[in-house]
Design a protein around this ligand. Structure first.
Ligand SMILES: Cc1ncc(C[n+]2csc(CCOP(=O)(O)OP(=O)(O)O)c2C)c(N)n1
Ligand code: SF4
Ligand SMILES: [Mg+2]
Length: 351
């Protein structure tokens, strides 16, 4: 593959965020994905979200598995930590990293093949453990990298590019994340950055397992009539349950909506998520209702997007395990070798 270096120079008057960084400081290498791939739009939403949130790039660790989707961390946050793991194994690597250093923002990026097939077990356990992370699945309903086989998220009855009909029931990863105990569950569409960027910001501000299923059409293998993961299908069947804004802790709450139409939820980092209702009075704080709604709308062939569920009093794996605050690499010998008296006491407590 040809390696294309991205030019480092940029216009001196590019806008800068509160840290003095430009958008370019949050970019990565030039993408080698197919032109028009939904995954590239998700990368650009991630870049925008972290730029607008004034996150220092070295505070982020991005991890992925294998697939076109899992290649994308090369194309964003080029100044952050990165680990491209094995197919379906990103969640356990992320869990280990999060245990060792709770100071970083963990961003797991995966595909529907990576998470719903080979990595389904890992997906389940990282959600139920409440690992503090943002977990994004770039969901195109196919194995893009290996040339278009149906994945486990392809809808029953949908057609492959060659006209083969999928006979298996789909796995709805958002529904699964709800069942497994994720405390933030959302669905976005790569073609709707206005919705996706605030969803990513709110997920970063959330403490606990935050999952975003992003429908991301594969233009090479799954963007034809008969596919339910094509741009046209999602645009025609997209049902947003809410419109949202994320306001960082430092920003003033300026926009005003009619009272009764908007709900503000303060996130863990002090930021505020503002949800503007559309249609029915959908309340994202009710898990069982969210599951019923998702099921009913899926039966009607609709793709429900927006913030689907948020548990306001969420906790994470570190709360459950009562782990030490400091990153393990910052511990001194005195912390790590407490001496024979402490060991004797520990042994005595186990007798
Ligand atoms: C252990 C293992 N099994 C199978 C493969 C082959 N393989 C590579 S990517 C992939 C599927 C990728 O699909 P998905 O996660 O949906 O990513 P996409 O390319 O669609 O973004 C498969 C089966 C592999 N790399 N490793
Ligand atoms: S094969 Fe599909 S998923 Fe992979 S880069 Fe091309 S359009 Fe994107
Ligand atoms: Mg895929």
């Amino acid at each position: 593959m040809t390696y294309l270096a991205k030019p480092k120079i940029h216009h001196p008057s590019l806008p800068r965020n509160a840290l003095g960084y430009t958008h370019r400081d949050y970019e990565g290498a030039i993408s080698t994905l197919c032109a028009g791939c939904g995954h590239d739009s998700i990368s650009s939403a991630i870049i925008q979200a972290f730029y607008e949130m004034d996150v220092e790039p070295h505070r982020v660790a991005k991890l992925s598995g294998i697939g076109c989707s899992s290649k994308t961390p090369t194309y964003f946050l080029g100044n952050s930590h990165g680990f491209n793991s094995v197919h379906g194994r990103m969640p356990s690597v992320l869990t280990g990293a999060a245990l060792a250093n709770r100071d970083l923002i963990y961003l797991g990026v995966s595909g529907d093949g990576d998470s719903a097939s080979i990595g389904l077990g890992q997906f389940a356990h990282v959600m139920r453990r409440g690992v503090n992370m943002v977990y994004i699945v770039e969901n195109n309903g196919v194995y893009g990298l290996t040339k278009g086989q149906f994945s486990a998220t392809a809808d029953k009855g949908s057609k492959s590019k060659r006209g083969v009909v999928n006979s298996d029931e789909p796995i709805d990863l958002a529904m699964l994340a709800l069942t497994l105990g994720a405390t933030f569950v959302a669905r976005g569409f790569s073609g709707d950055k206005e919705q996706l960027i605030p969803l990513i910001k709110a997920a970063v501000a959330h403490r606990g397992a935050a999952f975003i299923d992003v429908i991301s059409p594969c233009v090479a293998f799954n963007n034809h009539p008969g596919s339910t993961k094509s741009y046209d299908y999602v645009r025609e069947h997209n049902e947003a349950v809410n419109f949202l804004d994320f306001i960082s802790p430092r920003a003033e709450l300026t926009t005003s909506y009619a009272p009764g139409d908007v709900r503000s939820i303060v996130m863990h980092d002090g930021g505020t998520i503002r949800l503007r209702k559309v249609g029915d009075a959908y309340d994202p704080r009710k898990r069982a209702a969210a599951m019923g709604y998702l099921e009913a709308r899926a039966e009607a062939g609709e793709v429900v997007t927006g913030l689907l569920y948020l548990r306001e009093d969420s906790a994470d794996m570190h709360d459950a395990l009562d782990t030490i605050e400091a990153p393990l690499n910052a511990l001194s010998d005195a912390d790590l070798v407490p001496g024979s008296k402490a060991l004797d006491e520990l042994n005595a407590s186990l007798r």
